[in-house]
Write a protein that binds this ligand. Structure first.
Ligand SMILES: [Zn+2]
Length: 426
């Protein structure tokens, strides 16, 4: 059975996150999206941890159901077409700031816990090292290696995964505050790292260019700050939905990681180089020609993920390589609807269309990845064409840079208007 898993999101107790991120809403939206296994996130936060303990019950090793009595507390009704057995498991994100090698390091890591008892022990240990109460993603002044050592002392079944590894400001390989390799960061404990989260701005083909990372399994997750963004990236596992099975796939049996669901990496907000304030978007070659400095203000240009990978790469890009696991590049369904209707992604019109489609066809992942084009076209011809183009990679790209999201479009300027006019004439 293939499981769609999202190992990294946030709760409403993390900074800049939606108030609607409650456990019942997560349970409902995971099904709408087509997710089988969703992290509860932010288990280090005392209020959220209390909710986790009250509202979930363990149904198998390290995986949890929402208790029956909380299922009616959702903001929406889950369409029949999407209802499935959804399980929660425990992982959380920690932000570290520390100095190593004369450089300030700012790095985010995902921590997976085998169960609630171990999560409680992690919380006790972290509380001694900093403030875990003010933010669901706490900032601690701990060295990555120290954190990992501390976690392994609590339980060998805890897994640390470096998060969104290429993000310039907050990642293990980030251009601003990161390292060039896992070994530089974790030294003699490096063997305990088995997976890397690629983040929105890179995909497996880009990561393939660095051969020293071949030994790591690549995972993708949404890092969602709102319900609508759950599963915008995800990892596919061919395992049972239990913590030991997922851990085994990540650590030993990499064949059981079937691949990933990905953004087009250009849509990520750190793909290209540039400066957001100056609307300056550059490719790596242009940045080098400008000597990393803005020609307008003299400010230092933020080096994006494409450039950073280019610098560390020892292979040319080759999307067909056998060693790259399958991956599906998608555009979130709300964005496709927004483009077709010419309205904002969060508008009432787009929302209504979204629910109409999933009610008739199935969950968002089913529509984006699995449904046949004729199945979609039966309900909406232009949507069928849009999904076909997306699956073929036939897209129009404006890359993201320096914190500004990129834009991926499926239709050229005026094309949708022309198509609907032609239809009226027929
Ligand atoms: Zn992060």
């Amino acid at each position: 059975m293939t499981l769609v898993a999202d190992l990294h999101i946030h709760s409403r107790f993390s900074r800049a996150c939606s108030r609607n991120l409650t456990m019942p809403n997560l349970w409902a939206w995971a099904q709408i999206k087509g997710i089988d296994l969703l992290t509860v996130a932010d288990f280090t936060h005392p209020f959220w941890f209390k909710e986790i303990c009250e509202q979930l019950e363990e149904i198998d090793s390290g995986v949890y159901h929402l208790k029956e009595s909380f299922k009616k507390n959702t903001d929406i009704i889950i369409p029949k077409s999407c209802q499935k057995e959804m399980r929660f498991f425990l992982s959380t994100e920690i932000s570290l700031i520390y100095k190593k090698g004369e450089k300030v390091r700012k790095i985010h890591h995902i921590i997976m816990s085998p169960n609630l008892d171990i999560a409680a022990k992690i919380n006790v240990a972290l509380e001694k090292r900093g403030n875990i109460r003010s933010d669901g993603r706490p900032i601690l002044g701990l060295d990555s290696k120290e954190l990992l050592k501390m976690l392994l002392n609590i339980s060998p079944d805890i897994q640390l995964i470096p998060a969104h590894v290429w993000t310039p400001h907050f990642a293990i390989f980030g251009s601003k505050t990161g390292f060039d390799s896992v070994e530089e960061c974790f030294e003699e404990l490096s063997d305990h790292i088995c997976a890397l989260e690629t983040g929105l701005s890179s995909d497996p083909a880009m990561n393939y260019r660095i051969s020293k990372n071949d030994k790591y399994v690549l995972v993708s997750n949404s890092d969602a700050h709102s319900l609508q963004k759950l599963g915008r990236e995800a990892t596919l596992f061919d395992t049972e939905a239990t913590y030991p099975s997922i851990l085994n796939a990540l650590r030993k049996d990499h064949q059981k990681v079937k691949g990933t669901i990905e953004f087009f990496p250009e849509e990520g907000k750190y793909h290209a180089d540039g400066l957001r304030d100056e609307q300056l978007c550059l490719d790596p070659k242009e940045t080098k020609e400008l000597n990393f400095t803005s020609p307008y203000s003299g400010k230092k240009i933020t080096v994006g993920v494409l450039h950073r990978i280019d610098d560390l790469a020892d292979r040319r890009q080759d999307k067909k390589s056998a060693s790259v696991k399958p991956y599906w590049s998608i555009i979130p369904l709300q964005e496709i609807i927004g483009e077709i209707l010419g309205v904002g992604v969060n508008s009432k019109k787009a929302q209504a269309k979204y629910f109409d489609l999933i009610e008739k066809i199935g969950s968002e992942f089913y529509i984006l990845k699995d449904a046949t084009i004729s199945e979609i076209s039966k309900f909406d011809e232009i949507m069928g064409l849009a999904i076909k183009r997306m699956r073929e990679g036939n897209v129009i790209i404006k890359p993201g840079y320096d914190g500004e999201f990129g834009v991926i479009k499926l239709f050229s300027e005026g094309e949708i208007g022309e198509r609907s006019q032609m239809k009226l004439k027929l």
